[in-house]
Design a binder for this molecule. Structure first.
Ligand code: C2E
Ligand code: MG
Ligand code: MG
Length: 547
């Protein structure tokens, strides 16, 4: 070590000035002992990071070498520091260093620059992304030192843009402020709640076991679910949460962050309003979902979808009284794929809109063709997904299809599920009325599995209730299910609705339904869903064999 260097070292040890030396890029070369003490890093380490925070902020063009702001200390406490930077000319060697003089800011003196309170989000007052990076780093250092664990939760508000669109940005901002307030309640003093950006938040916390993070995640989900009141309107939002744990899932802060983001993405594509822990498997599953999305896109172009028809049959006479259109995907590589596999993905990605419109058009076209061929007319129902139902274009699509196919609206019915109607009952009722005004039927599918809010049922302008097959499956053996099925049949009668039982598989189901006055039955007992040409043969015969 040269004499000069030794002298420099002892100077940094002994000076009472808190000083930081950095390169032109703000990267810190050395700090004095006094700075370590000031930044609360003397015992814990992290002085370089704290120094870098000071230097980068003060060396930013708008700060022009003068900055005051909050700096996260190595002990987890923030410090209000004032920094003055002076360039030191390295002379002929060309080495250019910057000297930062740092001191505790006067509590009542105004900020020298950057009134945005560096490190904090101006809207919610939570630490922002800059501070987040430090907090994660500190937490990781600390965990590594004591052999502990850190959980990182990255959280996104589900459908925040809907709130912004419906109530305006000012209301959206107020929602974010309130969300931040609720988040603070969920964490201990030693944890950090952060607003990353937009509707994205994070929690950084030291944990004793993974269970701790489960408890916090559940608490967060439940406090966020409570309605918010904005401009006199109640708004319900939910969170999707991705969790990654060090050292379980990650070795470094960068990896910890990346994996929590992956887990968040996974929570979103898995249906939102939930937390997901990172798992190695997740990458694989996310990738295969992406592949599926691309294949659906191709399948739409290549017309690989087909509509199958399942008859609805009179329980008394076994005559075909209608049908349900059920889409299938005839993949050239994988064969016939069930809608249960691709509808949820199409729903998530928005591909359901063109796909649903195609099924609707295909079904009406086919039904009209059967009528034109002289077969006795039947009503065919088409499933409508939540997204299709919400879409502004649904009514126009239905009107367009009826017009282009020339099908009399009385032979079309749409099947919707209860859960689509409960979010915004007034809008749903308005939309249903508009559909009914076109002259088509409306049926509630899978009745009994959703909210089953009987009080609303009277308000919905529907024509049919479909009892979910879960109630039919053991209607002959389980007295409780039988009682529910009976009650639904009675209810439909009382409300003057047609009632259809789904999933009747055996004669005992049919007998029960017949005895209790359920007129229409759909199920494997009579027929599985079949391609159009097979179904045509069935309607030509008109009556199905029992069994
Ligand atoms: P869903 O609308 O409740 O349709 C009834 C489902 O029950 C069909 O399954 C049908 O094959 C099945 N099923 C009928 N009878 C029986 C039975 O006796 N036993 C059993 N175990 N199952 C029976 P599928 O065709 O696999 O369709 C599943 C779901 O996919 C449908 O449930 C519907 O929610 C959705 N889906 C199908 N096609 C479309 C479509 O074109 N658009 C939309 N949005 N969703 C569709
Ligand atoms: Mg259905
Ligand atoms: Mg159903």
């Amino acid at each position: 070590m040269s004499d000069i260097q030794a002298l420099f070292d002892s100077l940094l040890e002994s000076t009472r000035d808190a000083v930081v030396f950095a390169g032109a890029d703000g990267k810190v070369v050395r700090v004095s002992k006094a700075f370590e003490v000031l930044a609360g890093c003397a015992a814990t380490g992290g002085a370089i990071l704290a120094g870098e925070r000071c230097m980068r902020a003060a060396m930013a063009p708008q700060a022009a070498g003068l900055w005051r702001g909050m700096v996260p200390g190595g002990d987890g406490r923030d410090r209000d520091l004032e920094v003055t930077v002076t360039p030191i000319d390295g002379g002929a060697g060309g080495l250019r260093l910057f000297l930062g003089m740092v001191r505790q800011a006067d509590s009542d003196s105004p900020p020298v620059s950057d009134p945005a309170h560096f490190g904090y989000d101006a809207l919610t007052g939570l630490p922002n992304r800059d501070l987040f990076v430090d907090r994660v780093h500190q937490a990781v250092l600390q965990a590594n030192r004591v052999g502990g664990s850190v959980a990182l939760m990255v959280m996104g508000l589900d459908r925040f843009t809907l709130v912004n669109d419906a109530l305006g940005h000012a209301a959206g901002d107020r929602l974010l402020v309130e969300v931040a307030r609720r988040l603070r309640i969920c964490v201990r003093e030693t944890d950090t709640a952060v607003r990353l950006d937009g509707d994205k938040f994070a929690l950084v916390m030291a944990i004793a076991s993974v269970d701790d993070s489960v408890i916090v995640a559940e608490k967060v989900l439940s406090v966020i679910k409570e309605p918010f009141t904005l401009d006199g309107e109640e708004v319900v939002v939910t969170f999707s949460i991705g969790i990654s744990v060090l050292p379980l899932d990650a070795e470094s802060d960068a990896q910890l962050t990346k994996h929590a983001e992956h887990a968040l993405h996974y929570a979103k594509i898995s249906g939102r309003n939930q937390y997901q822990f990172f798992s190695k498997d997740m990458n694989r599953r996310a990738r295969s979902r992406l592949e599926l999305e691309n294949r659906i896109r191709r399948a739409l172009v290549n017309e690989e979808f087909v509509v199958y028809y399942q008859p609805k049959v009179s329980a008394d006479s076994a005559a075909i009284v209608g049908a349900e259109a059920l889409v299938r995907w005839l993949d050239p590589e994988r064969g016939l794929i069930s809608p249960a596999e691709f509808i949820p993905v199409a729903e998530e990605t928005g591909q359901i809109e063109p796909l649903g419109a195609w099924v609707l058009a295909k079904t009406c076209e086919q039904n009209k063709a059967w009528q034109a061929a002289g077969l006795s007319p039947i009503k065919i129902s088409v499933n409508v997904s939540a997204r299709q139902f919400r879409s502004r274009t649904l009514i126009d699509t239905v009107v367009g299809v009826l017009k282009s196919t020339g099908l009399d609206p009385q032979w079309l019915e749409l099947e919707i599920t209860e859960s689509m109607l409960m979010n915004d009952v007034d809008t749903a009722v308005r939309k249903m009325k508009a559909l009914r005004d076109l002259g088509i039927g409306l049926s509630i599918d899978d009745f009994g599995t959703g909210y089953s809010s009987l009080s609303y049922l009277g308000r919905f302008p529907i024509t049919t209730l479909k009892i979910d097959r879960a109630f039919i499956a053991d209607v002959d053996t389980n007295p409780k299910t039988a009682e529910i099925a009976r009650a639904i049949i009675g209810l439909s009668r009382g409300l003057n609705l047609e009632v259809v039982a789904e999933g009747a598989e055996i004669l005992a189901h049919i007998r029960f339904l017949r005895t209790h006055g359920c007129d229409t039955v759909q199920g494997f007992y009579y027929s599985r869903p079949v391609p159009a040409d097979e179904f045509e043969k069935m309607i030509r015969k008109g009556v199905l064999e029992h069994g």
